[in-house]
Ligand binder design. Structure first.
Ligand SMILES: Cc1cc2nc3c(=O)[nH]c(=O)nc-3n(C[C@H](O)[C@H](O)[C@H](O)COP(=O)(O)OP(=O)(O)OC[C@H]3O[C@@H](n4cnc5c(N)ncnc54)[C@H](O)[C@@H]3O)c2cc1C
Length: 301
């Protein structure tokens, strides 16, 4: 697992030191503070800090709605109303700061979410650890035959063994050369900022990632989705479990209106109406492309 002994000691010391506070706290989140949740073979997600709770979302919303919120029965109802009507700014009142250890190729997907604040481990300043993501057998999958951006069944037999051997051997060889290049034993030693270009994309990096709840939900909506790549999805799923305990009402609304919802096009709505009226609708008569029709049919199982 990716946490080093000194990291663990620091976390334990922080957990042992408690102070009273006047700030609003989320009991569910307090239990997660500093705990590292293991992800993949060497990665983790841990909560370093957070601000706000379900009540903070409602408090902010009531500034804009004032007396109007009297018609909304309770905080949960108000949060569901905000989520349903895309009134997103009250969710921005909550923030979370995570420490994440992740493979570089996962970090490349993650960093595309521009609405967060990031501080990454410096490969110019420090030596990267000899830690590589090597997929477990069931995740060593073949290229999907229906989706260019996806994977199919797991590789088997000799092919699986060969791929696994290459992944391990190439990672080891690249790191051996990295170490040899930066070594100052009997030579000048190549600068760390240059030597790192030899390292493969499955090496682990680390960062602090701070984001507000609205933008975190956007990230989770895309990355906890079944179509997201497995290696980023497992991080998103770990974060979902944390958010569920942090802001239970907001997470429940997100689960219902975003994760569990489907989006229909105008053509999709028209087809559905025809189908509900008892008409047999085919792809040819739907006005949809084959891909759109397949996705539309998938929604109804
Ligand atoms: C399944 C999947 C496949 C993908 N495949 C590819 C791919 O093949 N190639 C590729 O390059 N990317 C790919 N991406 C990345 C994708 O295009 C987005 O870059 C990524 O999901 C971040 O989304 P975002 O821009 O909405 O998020 P954020 O950057 O967090 O932005 C959130 C929202 O803020 C607004 N915003 C932020 N910055 C700006 C800005 N500068 N201008 C205007 N509005 C802004 C937008 O409304 C945006 O939706 C893929 C993503 C997914 C989930």
């Amino acid at each position: 697992m990716g946490l080093k002994d000194n990291d663990r000691a620091e976390i334990e010391a922080l957990r042992a030191e408690t102070r009273p506070t006047l700030r609003a706290v989320s009991e569910g989140m307090e239990a997660h503070l500093y705990h590292a949740h293991e992800v993949l073979d060497h990665g983790f997600v841990r909560v370093v800090d957070y601000m706000g709770d379900d009540a903070a979302i409602c408090q902010a919303a009531r500034v804009s709605y004032g007396r109007g919120t009297k018609s909304v029965q309770n905080d949960e109802g108000l949060i569901r109303y905000l989520m349903r009507h895309w009134h997103s700014t009250p969710f921005e009142m909550c923030e979370i700061k995570l420490h994440v250890k992740l493979p570089v190729f996962v970090a490349r997907q993650w960093i595309r979410h521009r609405t967060a604040n990031v501080n990454e481990y410096s490969g110019r300043y420090s030596i990267l650890d000899r830690e590589f993501y090597i997929p477990s057998a069931e995740h060593l999958a073949a290229q999907s035959v229906v989706n260019n951006q996806g994977r199919g069944e797991a590789l088997t037999g000799e092919e699986a063994a060969r791929v696994l051997d290459w992944l391990k051997a190439d990672s080891t060889r690249a790191y051996d050369h990295y170490e040899a290049m930066i070594s100052q034993d009997g030579q000048q030693g190549l600068a760390r900022e240059l030597a790192r270009m030899n390292l493969p994309a499955n090496i682990y990096t680390q960062w602090y990632w701070k984001v507000d709840l609205h933008n975190l939900f956007h990230f989770l909506r895309l990355r906890a989705d079944a179509h997201a790549q497995y290696e980023i999805r497992v991080y998103a799923e770990a974060i979902c479990e944390i958010v569920k305990d942090w802001v239970p009402a907001a997470y429940a609304a997100f689960e219902d209106y975003r994760l569990g919802s489907v989006q229909l096009s105008g053509k999709g709505v028209a087809c559905l109406k025809r189908m509900l009226a008892g008409e047999e609708v085919t792809q040819e008569g739907s006005g949809m492309s084959k891909g759109e029709w397949r996705e539309f049919r998938e929604v109804w199982g």
